[in-house]
Design a protein around this ligand. Sequence first.
Ligand code: UD1
Length: 371
Amino acid sequence: MIRICLVAGARPNYIKVAALWKAYKKLRARRPRPPVSLHIVHTGQHYDYLMCRKHFRDLNLPTPAVDLGVGSATHAVQTARIMQRFEKVLLRDRPDLVMVVGDVNSTLACSLVAAKMEIPVAHVEAGLRSYDRTMPEEINRLVTDALSDYLFTSCRDGDHNLIREGHDRKRIFFVGNVMVDTLLSWLPKANVSSIGKKLGLEKPYALLTLHRPSNVDKGSELSQIVRDLAEIQKNIPVVFPVHPRTAARMKKGSVLREIRDLTDFHMVPPLGYLDFISLMKGARFVMTDSGGIQEETTVLGVPCLTLRPNTERPVTITQGTNTLVGRNGDLVGLVRRILNRKPLKKHRIPPLWDGKSADRIFAVLSRKVGF
Ligand code: UD1
């Protein structure tokens, strides 16, 4: 019996973990005596009901086998806490493989512990690079990939980045995008969500998410974005599920006062997965600084304006619906173009973003690890 420990830490992880869990359950259903077992370890990096348990419920994920309960802290303290507590779990359970997803602090911390204990590491969503080391996630990606034995990539540029960094080609497996697996399998349920009605929204509307430290931690950046949003909401209502980091930052400055004066700007608490997908699908366009939303909008065919100077997901620009709007970019002008029904670009769905990526991952592991 091969025992796999699957790490979940923060909100974007749960969506990827859900795809892997579903593929694992399928594998178990096919084999009377399953040769593999999968346990979810939750680090507790995210812990609020709306940031965590609501997603577990929406995505039909089981209660994690272990919850490390680390909570929020500085990067070093949070990473260290996860490492200390995860080491105890690995010493007790000795799994055959540790599987990590994405680029959050939990991804880095758990791969580091496993690698030092000579437990093989599989990284799902390997090879993404923004080439911007001011992003904590970029450091997490680089270190996790350096430590991983199996590098599962979601796009071909991921393969190229890894090869350029000197990774062994034999460790790189282009399998497609597990976020898309989850999106496609939950879309029918998201389609019947009544969140639009609950919020009293009428179409057309725009959807906004914002949480990157580079956008929300500095008052000047946040103020510039709010000035643009003040213009945009004159032409289309804007719905804004507010991330806790952003909510905390807004309380500190004068931004909240400026926003309160806007008539068609609607702040709501963080949404569950199904409600969020439903709002995203119905939006005229999305403004975001999230990584995953750039991919989801590409699959849904919804224009995405990414409020960042760079992206680790360039395929969403070259093939998808994504457009970068960096500092001093013309956000208001781009929105005007969309509202005037001038398409920003043609798009198509990138290769292997077909809903079968997690199955491919298990097929590779079954061949390589032998189950
Ligand atoms: C983390 C990830 C980021 C991901 C994002 C999605 C890292 C370095 N960053 O950023 O890649 O896009 O999650 O949400 O791992 N907080 C709560 N409740 C929670 C979680 C957080 O109130 O359940 C608040 C805390 O005040 C905390 C702040 O949000 O200090 C930031 O949370 P944290 O997990 O440290 O980073 P994120 O900004 O959420």
